[in-house]
Design a protein. Structure first.
Ligand SMILES: Nc1ncnc2c1ncn2[C@@H]1O[C@H](COP(=O)(O)OP(=O)(O)OP(=O)(O)O)[C@@H](O)[C@H]1O
Ligand SMILES: [Mg+2]
Length: 473
């Protein structure tokens, strides 16, 4: 048994569990990035809004002072630093007022960020720009402070301040996401693992174990009472394994029986052989009684020996796959007819109607055996027939080709199949309708034709017998 089993399957390295957990983590990460982008953009715009509002308040404070000149540098410094600004410009109805520290030179803004424009993609791009390329540049944040439609404030701020806060915010989000992702993926994993992965692993390891030892009934899976697809798979597998187990046992019994038959047969043939020797000697005696009976005795023994021989041959005959070769069909048919003693027969006409140079790809030995069996049957039927019609007996082969098939018919004008032969056609040991026949010829012929991907079938005709063999081209 062990020889029929292919090697054990390779060990699963990147199994379902690993795939599952990797996929869950990757998916959660993708989702988190999708959530992170808008939230970081939101953080930046809120931060800038805050600065604009504080600047707006500062501007109002300054407005209440009658003369700006009265403000001390310390007060200006305090007002500006409350908005973390280096300077600010307040524009109202065409007038603009610059508030700056008298002691520090006014910085030059590298770029402007207008909080009045809030296209989502621009906001995300702005946040990423600061995160990845931000340094120590001064930015000009433009906006409208709360409750004041006609005032526009421009705040000059060092971008490093914003960047620092964005980094802290991102870092927090990152850790939080990681925590959430780990918990979620672990929970999903536990769930799916119990639901799918473990039952599937159980199925696969059972398949492997059973295939390595299919005649051990303990290896047949015991299905759980799950009612879902996994349950169906378990039950079907159990049924299949039980079937295989039973079939194997049956096959073993048959093989044992076959072996016994072969042994008996072998001994029988040898004993018959000894009897044949004796009968040959008896046939040489002068006694007229003996002379009359001896041929029948010899014949009977011959038949018995032939029978034993063909049963032994059938037992030895293994289903070997055909070895394909290019052969000339007409020549192959002539050869088979000679072998079956149909060609050059004193009474039977051999009609090979296949044209020359039809080359086919078959196993010549096997296909010749198919034809020989058919021709031999025809000859045997023709030889024992008592003809009344005065027609000469003949065996004919014809060829018909279709784009994908070669169709050959083997026909004779003999007595036709007996009812018994018809009922058991192609069944080994059962199909014989003639004395001394084993009933193997047609069964073997059909098997061989099918091994070539072809068919062998009986064609019902009015007179005689006709078989059709089709072979793929
Ligand atoms: N051309 C034919 N004409 C009449 N009867 C046939 C013809 N071919 C087959 N048969 C019948 O079919 C039966 C089965 O044929 P098959 O070749 O399988 O076995 P067999 O000839 O009896 O034995 P084996 O070929 O094994 O020696 C034959 O016994 C015969 O009765
Ligand atoms: Mg035969």
């Amino acid at each position: 048994m062990a020889n029929d089993i292919p090697d054990a399957p390779k060990r699963v390295i990147f199994g379902l569990s690993m795939k599952l957990i990797t996929m869950i983590i990757a998916m959660i990460m993708v989702v988190e990035v999708l959530i992170y982008l808008p939230s970081v953009a939101n953080f930046r715009i809120n931060w800038m809004d805050d600065r604009v509002h504080i600047a707006g308040v500062a501007a109002q404070v300054i407005e209440t002072v009658p003369d700006t000149m009265d403000l001390t540098p310390t007060m200006i410094g305090k007002l500006l630093s409350s908005a973390e600004a280096e300077a600010l410009v307040v524009r109202t109805e065409g007038q603009s007022q610059l508030i700056e520290r008298p002691d520090v030179p006014m910085p030059v803004a590298a770029y402007a960020a207008d909080t009045r424009e809030r296209a989502p993609l621009d906001l995300i791009a702005g946040a990423l720009e600061i995160l990845f390329f931000g340094s120590n540049r001064t930015m000009r944040v433009i906006g409208v402070p709360m409750d004041s439609q006609d005032v526009v404030v421009e705040v000059l701020i060092n971008e490093a301040l914003l960047r620092q806060e964005l980094l802290i915010y991102s870092r927090n989000i990152f850790w939080l996401s990681l925590l959430v992702a780990s918990f979620t993926s672990f929970a999903i994993f536990l769930f799916l693992n119990g639901l799918l992965v473990r039952p599937i692993s159980r199925l696969t390891s059972n398949m492997v174990a059973f295939r390595q030892n299919p005649d051990d009934a303990n290896k047949i899976i015991v299905p759980s009472d799950r009612r879902d697809e996994v349950g169906v798979a378990e039950r079907e597998l159990a049924a299949m394994e039980t079937n295989i187990f039973t079939l194997l046992k049956q096959k073993q019994h048959l093989a044992d029986l076959g072996l016994a038959v072969a042994k008996i047969n072998h001994d029988l043939r040898n004993t018959l052989g000894a009897a044949q020797l004796l009968s040959d000697q008896v046939a040489n005696l002068d006694d007229p009684h003996v002379q009359r009976l001896a041929p029948r005795l010899v014949n009977t023994l011959d038949r018995a020996i032939n029978f034993c021989q063909s049963v032994l041959d059938y037992g030895r005959h293994k289903a070997v796959p055909p070895k394909f070769e290019r052969v000339d069909l007409r020549a192959l048919l002539d050869e088979s007819a000679t072998e079956a003693a149909v060609r050059m027969h004193p009474e039977i006409d051999w009609r090979n109607q296949v044209p020359d140079n039809v080359i086919i790809r078959v196993d010549p030995d096997q296909i010749a055996r198919v034809f020989t069996n058919l021709f031999k049957n025809a000859r045997e039927a023709l030889e024992v027939q008592h003809r009344q019609d005065g027609e000469r007996p003949w065996v004919a082969v014809e060829l018909e080709t279709t784009p994908d098939q070669l169709r050959l018919t083997v026909e004779d004008n003999g007595p036709g199949l007996s009812p018994r032969a018809k009922d058991n056609l192609f069944r080994a040991f059962e199909g014989s309708g003639r004395a001394g026949g084993t009933g193997l010829g047609l069964a073997i012929a059909k098997e061989l034709a099918e091994a070539h991907g072809g068919t062998l079938a009986y064609v019902d005709v009015q007179k005689g017998t006709k078989f059709e063999i089709s072979l793929p081209r």
